[in-house]
Design a protein around this ligand. Structure first.
Ligand SMILES: NC(=O)c1ccc[n+]([C@@H]2O[C@H](COP(=O)([O-])OP(=O)(O)OC[C@H]3O[C@@H](n4cnc5c(N)ncnc54)[C@H](OP(=O)(O)O)[C@@H]3O)[C@@H](O)[C@H]2O)c1
Length: 248
């Protein structure tokens, strides 16, 4: 078996989400000589790179039927998949902001964060699992966040985001354990992309920290290097963009 999906001569990929990091990963993969096709699951309609390998598939993370329909489309257009990267995430939106104190926690905001940051992962595994299971190497990587680490939580705050990313991590670890038997070719990993300039992070990056923030392109390049170094023995792990383990 070749060591990883990025070493294959013909690799099919799925990118879920077309935000800052999702788009940068798409751009980086399109430069990869082995890329045969890439499905981009997104809810927006931003113009796409003019490249026939890109297959846009509409979906909404909060609509399980749309995830299943996207997987059906991907089955007919791609067949087997070697790399699936989930980049969907939400920290703030029109209806919610990260909570500073427990009195700011609202059940509907907490549940909304869980739907997007945690529940999507098992839906993707259910719908794309059969496309990832084959006799070639494959990776399912899902973007988490260091602030979702229970051990690393020294500051507090951001209840909904932290809790939903911690739930994401438990779902991912549990999936990795199950797939160790049923999907032996697939490495399942949670990845922290670094602090990256994006719509998600921008309101919360202080001016003194700005020089430490990665561009989406820098993060994407680093994440693909981490993905390239994986093997099924390391399935069920949580790494940062530099390939260093993050405590759960
Ligand atoms: N940026 C950072 O510093 C940082 C740090 C740690 C972890 N992360 C994680 O990295 C991932 C990517 O973040 P980013 O920085 O690239 O943020 P971003 O630019 O805001 O991208 C987030 C993506 O999630 C999508 N999304 C949100 N709700 C959705 C829904 N209901 N259905 C479909 N798509 C939905 C957004 O789609 P729309 O554009 O349609 O809203 C967008 O494509 C997230 O999981 C985030 O938690 C980021």
């Amino acid at each position: 078996m070749t060591s990883g999906p990025l070493e294959l001569d013909r690799m099919n990929a799925v990118i879920v989400g077309d935000g800052a990091i999702g788009t940068a990963l798409l751009d980086a993969l399109l430069q990869h000589p082995g890329l045969a096709g890439v499905a981009l699951l997104r809810r927006g309609t931003m113009p796409l790179p003019d490249d026939q390998r890109v297959i846009p598939l509409p979906f909404d993370a909060e609509d399980p039927a749309s995830v299943a329909a996207a997987a059906e489309e991907a089955t007919s257009s791609l067949g087997r998949v070697h790399l699936l990267i989930n980049t969907v995430g939400m920290l703030h939106g029109p209806r919610q902001q990260p909570e500073k104190r427990v009195r700011d926690v609202r059940p509907e905001a907490l549940l909304h964060s869980f739907a997007i940051n945690a529940v999507l992962l098992p839906l993707l595994a259910q719908s794309f699992g059969s496309l990832l299971r084959h006799d070639e190497p494959a990776v399912l990587a899902s973007l988490s966040a260091r602030v979702g680490s229970i051990e690393d939580n020294g500051l507090g705050g951001w209840y909904s985001y932290r809790a939903s990313k911690a739930a994401h991590n438990m779902l991912l670890r549990t999936l990795a354990r199950e797939w160790r038997v049923s999907h032996r070719n697939v490495s399942v990993v949670a990845l922290h992309p670094g602090t990256v300039d994006s719509r998600l992070s921008r309101p919360f990056v202080s001016s003194s920290y700005r020089n430490k923030v990665l561009t989406p392109g820098e993060s994407a390049e680093a994440l693909l290097k981490v993905i390239d170094s994986l093997c099924p023995d390391r399935s069920g792990s949580f790494y940062d963009w530099q390939g260093k383990p993050v405590p759960w």
